[in-house]
Design a binder for this molecule. Structure first.
Ligand SMILES: Cc1cc2nc3c(=O)[nH]c(=O)nc-3n(C[C@H](O)[C@H](O)[C@H](O)COP(=O)(O)OP(=O)(O)OC[C@H]3O[C@@H](n4cnc5c(N)ncnc54)[C@H](O)[C@@H]3O)c2cc1C
Length: 386
């Protein structure tokens, strides 16, 4: 039997596509093929309500584990509460909802070894034919793109008493800044449960587990919290592109195969977050008149091309963040950013900056040494190096 859609990779992008196909085209036959033993990996995917199109918000928020009215940031000389709504989706919860809804249309331990526009071959030699094959196998680490990393170790902690946080603290950069821009990310998931993530913008992807554990323990103690139990651990390293053209990105795509998610470069280059782009693509795919590889591949490529081009500006900011200041001083870039207008901050996260916003971000009293900032302007790694 030929399927309508074969979704290669059971990560965020493809699970959301499956979700929207079931909502909007319930007759579509599809299968999700995931190499790992779980769907969606082990993540907490957060986003600002203003990152999404208003029409998408209700169905995405329905999948959320938590929703808060506003969030906070903390820096050495700035503490600020921002109004925008903030949401988090847990991969475990998303996976459970998908399992309940899709049953055996989801296959785990199904590693795909060959992808073509109308067929996939699994490691066990079985073959699946489909009119549309969608490649969502995650970041392809193309060699022509220089990246730094946003790496983190997160612990979901049950405390011995209430933590007293009413909203997430998405950056607490009052922590020690050793060797990188570092901050703690704190999300209150229940009155006595908090997710604490020790986060760094670092040159290397490896997460220092023991060191992060100590940093989290120190932070909890500093806030007066006593840890009763570690409920869950998550860690990761999100690529933060510094330079690179779309052609380099395309090197990890299979010609003629529609590519989605971070593999397609559909993520915010400065935060590494991909959820808003994945939502947009899920709605787009589910709304098309024709759903086959030949029509979807160029549509998605056009989208990826325009996002990658637009994000040239974010890659410039990334070079400034990584190279223009000494590691202990990098927090100043973000501290200055969070002192700007709330509308601009929202548009930054939503990847909807206006030309005026861009100007505002790179002018004014510079948070980094002027000449080092200047050297970051061309899209290449500055010669004074990392
Ligand atoms: C720990 C963590 C936290 C994050 N938090 C956020 C956040 O708060 N907000 C946000 O927007 N973004 C966040 N991100 C970034 C980004 O949204 C995620 O990386 C997101 O999961 C990317 O979605 P994706 O579908 O493109 O890739 P993935 O979710 O990585 O999915 C790719 C899937 O393909 C599978 N696969 C790979 N090769 C094969 C194969 N040969 N055959 C079959 N399957 C295969 C993989 O096992 C994987 O499950 C986070 C990332 C990490 C790592």
């Amino acid at each position: 039997m030929t399927l309508d859609v074969a979704l290669v990779g059971g990560g965020l992008a493809n699970l959301l596509i499956a979700w929207r196909l079931a909502d909007r085209r319930p007759d579509t036959t599809f299968r999700v093929l995931e190499a790992g033993s779980v769907l969606g990996g082990n993540h907490t995917w957060s986003f600002h309500g203003s990152d999404l199109d208003p029409d998408s918000l209700p169905w995405v928020v329905d999948l959320a584990r938590g929703t808060w009215d506003g969030y906070e940031v903390r820096f050495p000389t700035l503490t600020r509460s921002l109004r925008g709504r903030y949401h988090s989706i847990g991969s475990e919860q998303l996976s459970a909802r998908c399992r309940e809804r899709f049953g055996d249309r989801l296959e785990t331990n199904a590693r795909v070894v060959e992808v073509t526009p109308d067929r996939v071959v699994l490691a066990d030699g079985s073959r699946i034919d489909a009119r549309c094959v969608i490649d969502g196998r995650g970041w392809g680490a193309p060699s022509g793109i220089a990246v730094g990393y946003q790496r983190f170790v997160g612990l979901e902690l049950r405390l011995t008493g209430p933590h007293g946080l009413s909203r997430p603290v998405i950056m607490d950069a009052t922590v020690a800044q050793d060797g990188a821009y570092r901050f703690m990310y704190a999300v209150p998931l229940a009155p006595d449960v908090v997710l604490l993530e020790d986060t760094a913008y670092a040159d290397r992807p490896e997460a220092p587990m023991a060191e992060s554990r100590q940093a989290i323990d120190r932070y909890a103690a500093h806030r007066g919290w006593t840890i009763a139990e570690v409920v869950r651990t998550e860690s990761g390293a999100l690529p933060i592109p510094l330079t690179g053209g779309l052609e380099a990105l395309r090197a990890s795509w299979v010609p003629g195969v529609p590519t989605v998610g971070v593999r397609a470069g559909l993520f915010h280059a400065t935060t590494g977050y991909s959820l808003p782009y994945a939502v947009h693509v899920a709605d787009l795919v589910a709304s098309l008149d024709r759903l086959d590889s030949a029509s979807l591949a160029p549509t998605l490529e056009r989208l990826a091309r325009s996002v990658w081009r637009r994000q040239r500006f974010f890659r410039l900011l990334n070079r400034m963040l990584f190279f223009a200041a000494a590691p202990e001083e990098r927090y100043r870039v973000l501290q200055r950013f969070y002192g700007l207008g709330e509308g601009l901050i929202e548009r930054f996260y939503a990847d909807r900056l206006t030309p005026w916003d861009r100007l505002r971000l790179v002018t004014g009293r510079p948070p980094v040494p002027f000449f080092r900032g200047l050297a970051c302007l061309p899209e290449r790694i500055p010669t004074f190096s990392r």
